[in-house]
Design a protein around this ligand. Structure first.
Ligand SMILES: C[S@@+](CC[C@H](N)C(=O)[O-])C[C@H]1O[C@@H](n2cnc3c(N)ncnc32)[C@H](O)[C@@H]1O
Length: 399
């Protein structure tokens, strides 16, 4: 609740109003203890304004029903709500310098990896466990992200081109982000280093969800695509579910598969496996395509040809397995995410991805997103071709 005696804490925020029409969020302007609610923002029939004087306890003459509103309470705006509201204004006005911090952050904590997946643009060509020349995010620069991260609603601690748990300072990131307990922190991992001790550490931190990359549901397919010890991965996941059951941390656990011609037969099996192990769902990603994605690589005595494996080049083969996975998940009541790109490549359906390709000038990423590479380059999103700065020269907040 707002402390009426301290009107200086008022600022701009959102107001949540419950009406017959449902639940709405409208921008309100707080100034010197006065709240103005623009009813047009609520979708009300008239665009009247209602002002509530909050410099003293609210007692409207004649009672709140005369306003057609019941005020149950007014909450002080949280830093998140304030930042989110400013972001909404920023996305409309596109200022040269933003007065808010990013609501989404992607941080590549390392480029090192302990696997050599055939689908991975960075590591498919490497042999063995050679990570020479690949770097961790510079530890001395980690604190330079802190202030900018405090208003973020979603933070992806990605491996960049690597495995996040291979970063020497992996756990330091959670300590750094403790100042933002409202953030939803997530990461993808291959799960192979989820020892009992690492799981214990993970469950002590504020992590909303993790997505564990399987790309398979059988040891053979796993050896063809990822390599690594499938039995260990299964044991690690069982241990994670076991420890989660007795922990106060309800972390959401998902298994993912990047679908190719070579592994799609395992997609329905992965749904069953996820259910058996007791995790929360499965994600079926679409293999990226584009000029840069074109290679052939040998693994497990087989050759993986990238182009030959794309869903768009195998719609007839891939479609029944995806449909089976969907049916199994529905039957089990298990969450299943199917990448919307499959609508286009498997069914030829136009959707928002193909109906109109956005122009560069329509991109709003710089006004809400900030992405960090493992070499501390800063980009407006993880797809941006060029960095706009590097943390060596300035802090994320300055940038
Ligand atoms: C590159 S990995 C890095 C994180 C971590 N090492 C892992 O295995 O999840 C991040 C995600 O990208 C997916 N991925 C790998 N190659 C891909 C490709 N060519 N197209 C689309 N997604 C891909 C992986 O399956 C994984 O879920």
């Amino acid at each position: 609740m707002i402390d009426y005696a301290r009107p200086e804490q008022f600022g701009e925020t959102d107001c949540r109003v419950v009406s017959d029409a449902g639940y709405s969020s409208v921008p309100i302007v707080l100034g010197r203890g006065k709240v103005t609610i623009d009813l047009a923002g609520l979708g009300a029939r008239s665009g009247d304004l209602i002002s509530l004087d909050l410099s003293r306890p609210f007692r409207p003459e004649g009672g709140p029903r005369d306003l057609g509103l019941m005020v149950f309470g007014v909450e002080a705006p949280s830093d998140h709500a304030m930042n989110y509201h400013k972001r909404e204004v920023g996305l409309r006005e596109l200022p040269l310098v933003a007065d808010y911090t990013p609501s989404e952050m992607t941080i590549a904590v390392t480029d090192k990896c302990n696997l050599r997946c055939v689908t991975c643009y960075a590591h498919h060509g490497q042999e063995g466990d050679n990570n020479a020349g690949l770097e961790d995010f510079p530890p001395e620069l980690i604190p330079k992200i802190r202030d900018a991260a405090m208003g973020a609603a979603r933070i992806q601690i990605h491996g960049g081109a690597g495995e996040p748990l291979m970063a020497r300072k992996f756990w330091d990131w959670f300590t750094l982000l403790e100042g933002n307990p409202g953030a939803k922190i997530e990461f993808n991992t291959n799960g192979l280093t989820f020892s009992s001790k690492n799981i214990e550490r993970l469950l002590k931190h504020n992590v909303d969800h993790i997505s564990v990359s399987f790309d398979a549901a059988t040891p053979e397919t796993y050896a063809d695509i990822r390599g690594g010890d499938f039995a260990r991965l299964l044991a690690n996941m069982k241990e994670l579910v076991r420890q989660r059951a007795t922990s106060a941390n309800p972390i959401r656990i998902l298994f993912n598969m990047t679908v190719t011609k070579a592994n799609v037969a395992d997609a329905p099996k992965l749904v069953r496996l996820a259910h058996e192990i007791g995790v929360d769902g499965v994600e079926l990603y679409h293999l990226n395509s584009g000029e840069a994605f074109d290679w052939s690589v040998a693994k497990n005595g087989k050759v993986f040809d990238y182009r030959d494996n794309l869903p768009e080049n195998n719609p007839e083969l891939i479609r029944p397995f995806i449909e089976e996975a969907i049916a199994i998940a529905a039957g089990l009541g298990l969450y299943l995410f199917v990448d919307p790109r499959f609508q286009v490549t498997l069914y030829g359906r136009a959707n928002e991805l193909t109906e109109k390709l956005p122009e560069y000038s329509e991109c709003r990423a710089p006004w809400h997103w900030m992405a960090f590479e493992a070499n501390a380059d800063v980009k407006p999103c993880c797809m941006a071709a060029k960095p706009i700065a590097n943390l060596k020269a300035s802090s994320a907040l300055e940038i």
